[in-house]
Design a protein around this ligand. Structure first.
Ligand code: NDP
Length: 241
């Protein structure tokens, strides 16, 4: 049976690689994006992935877009990848409420918004895969990222709870914790700091987005049904838990 996957932030960076990898595995794919219409349109044209504009921090927009995707694609969502994420880095003693709240809403509340939109159909279908993209920085902590680390570590408890509540309905929920990957988000880090980070990575390089995407297709697979509530680190050995 053809499965439907929804990937948030699915038109750029790691999310784009996830959308492509799932499509290559035979899934129907719907990719959400926030603002970058041109990149999304080019991505849709190049890949054939269906793209939908939706601010994942907005509960109502998320419910509406999921219903629209289901109607357009002719089926309910089988695989949800909560990948959209932002940073607003600043030292905590200088962080304002907006910097805190934007990051929490976009990175963590979005997981509630979209999981809530798909969970009842997954339960009715006795099948689902929810994959939340966290970060090595949620495991290790990170200077200037109290907001980001809080949002990304909130995913751990959230995911474990979904795993426990929904296991008997054939639904798995897992976290992937990437290390530093070669995307716009990391290219925004000053080169001097990035060089120091790379020097500390045992593999001595950034991850390719495709390497993160590979772990998503692994967890999304029907044969991965016994893996739930887990965190898969993909970080080149930089943080070993
Ligand atoms: P990018 O900055 O390259 O892309 C972010 C994507 O998220 C874009 O598609 C963007 O849409 C979308 N997005 C941002 N805000 C919203 C919103 N409010 N609603 C809908 N979509 C939104 O990020 P990466 O590919 O680098 O990162 C992907 C995920 O992986 C993030 O959650 C990040 O925290 C995590 N991660 C990344 C690491 C890295 O090294 N790159 C390391 C560890 C974790 P648009 O194109 O419209 O702007």
């Amino acid at each position: 049976m053809e499965r439907l996957a929804l990937v948030t932030g699915g038109t750029r960076g790691i999310g784009a690689s996830i959308s492509i990898a799932l499509k290559d595995k035979g899934y129907k794919v719907a990719a959400l994006y926030a603002k970058n219409d041109q990149v999304a349109a080019e991505f849709a044209e190049q890949t054939g992935v269906a793209v939908f504009k939706c601010d994942v921090s907005d509960f109502d927009q998320c419910q509406q877009v999921v219903r629209m995707i289901e109607s357009d694609m002719g089926k309910t969502v089988d695989v949800l990848v909560n990948n959209a994420g932002i940073t607003r880095d600043t030292k905590f003693h200088e962080m304002d409420f907006e910097e805190w709240n934007d990051v929490l809403q976009t990175n963590l509340t979005s997981c509630f918004n979209l999981s809530r939109a798909v969970i009842n159909d997954m339960r009715a279908n006795h099948y689902g895969r929810i994959i939340n993209i966290s970060s090595i920085n949620a495991q290790a902590g990170s200077m200037g990222q109290a907001n980001y680390c809080a949002s990304k570590s909130g995913m751990f408890g959230f995911t474990k709870s979904l795993a426990l509540e929904n296991a008997r309905y054939g639904i798995t929920a897992n976290v992937i914790a990437p290390g530093y990957a070669d995307t716009d988000m990391v290219r925004a880090v000053p080169q001097k700091i990035l060089d120091k980070i790379i020097a500390k990575i045992p593999l001595q390089r950034l991850a390719e987005p495709e390497e993160i995407a590979h772990t998503v297709t692994f967890l999304a697979d029907e044969n991965a049904g016994y893996i739930t509530g887990s965190t898969l680190s993909v970080n080149g050995g930089l943080y070993l838990d």
